[in-house]
Design a protein around this ligand. Structure first.
Ligand code: F6R
Length: 252
């Protein structure tokens, strides 16, 4: 698939992408309110979306944005961590976004990392159902793994994968290692599936820095395939890729 079929936006940095995205989020929220609905966001953790969360928090603090009715579903969580664990994505999201915006727990959703293996499949099915019950995700925010993962859909994940437990790839565990002592780096996570992500009405992937260039080049160059799960986004009708020059390389 050629790059003309999807939108690639060159941005100077993460802050510029954040301003553009939060403008879009504000516009979409107003549209949803006009329809009597709340905006449903799909959210990611990691370094990439931090500027977006800072922009949301600062606009709300300045009285320029109302997020009080937003609903959120996070992509993923490490297995083996309680929601109180400071290394969990649940705590990360609370610190960066949910607490500063005073979003109540009932409107934020993160897969439960602390379930035993036998309880995971049911929980994942319930997570999918909760997304459907909320009316589906209006806008899904994504980072990009160096190995082409989205959420924790590692290479080998299929186009029709759903929310499930996965084994983390070696690259992903290396990237996670800074937060853990060597023996404690998680080996598994729960993640929304590729099909779950593709059901979001809009998908916005952000990638910054030269270390993302190989995965972004493979993604944008196609074809869609499980060796690079992000490349399945080429099959989405409303996907935009925001990237800086270092990540885009020859695409910029
Ligand atoms: C995080 C997630 C991952 C990250 C990706 C990039 O919830 O789902 O796919 O988006 O690993 O991580 P950063 O942004 O730290 O480079």
């Amino acid at each position: 698939m050629s790059r003309q079929t999807h939108s690639v936006r060159l941005v100077s940095d993460a802050r510029e992408a954040a301003r553009i995205l939060v403008d879009e989020i504000a516009e979409l929220a107003a549209k949803r309110r006009g329809q009597g609905r709340s905006l449903v966001l799909g959210l990611a953790t990691g370094g990439t979306p931090i500027a977006v969360y800072e922009e949301l928090v600062s606009r709300v603090a300045a009285g320029r944005l109302d997020t009080s009715d937003f609903v959120a579903f996070n992509l993923d969580e490490y297995c083996g961590l309680t929601t109180a664990d400071p290394r969990s994505f649940a705590q990360w999201m609370r610190a960066r976004l949910f607490d500063p915006l005073a979003w109540p727990a009932g409107r934020t959703h993160i897969p439960a990392g602390d379930l035993g293996p036998s309880a995971r499949a049911r929980h994942c099915a319930e997570y999918e159902q909760a997304i459907r019950d909320a009316g589906g995700i209006d806008l899904q925010l994504l980072g990009l793994g160096r190995n082409g993962h989205i959420g924790f859909n590692e290479p080998g994940s299929s186009r029709d994968s759903r929310t499930r437990a996965v084994d983390l790839a070696p690259d992903t565990r290396t990237d996670a290692a800074a937060q853990f002592s060597p023996r404690e780096v998680p080996t598994q996570a729960l993640t929304m599936g590729v099909a779950t992500i593709l059901e979001a009405r809009r998908v916005r992937l952000l990638a910054f820095g030269a270390h993302k260039r190989p995965a972004l080049t493979r993604t944008l160059g196609g074809p869609a395939g499980p060796d690079c799960p992000a490349s399945f986004l080429l099959e989405h009708g409303d996907v935009q890729f925001f990237a800086d020059r270092d990540a885009l390389g020859s695409y910029s």
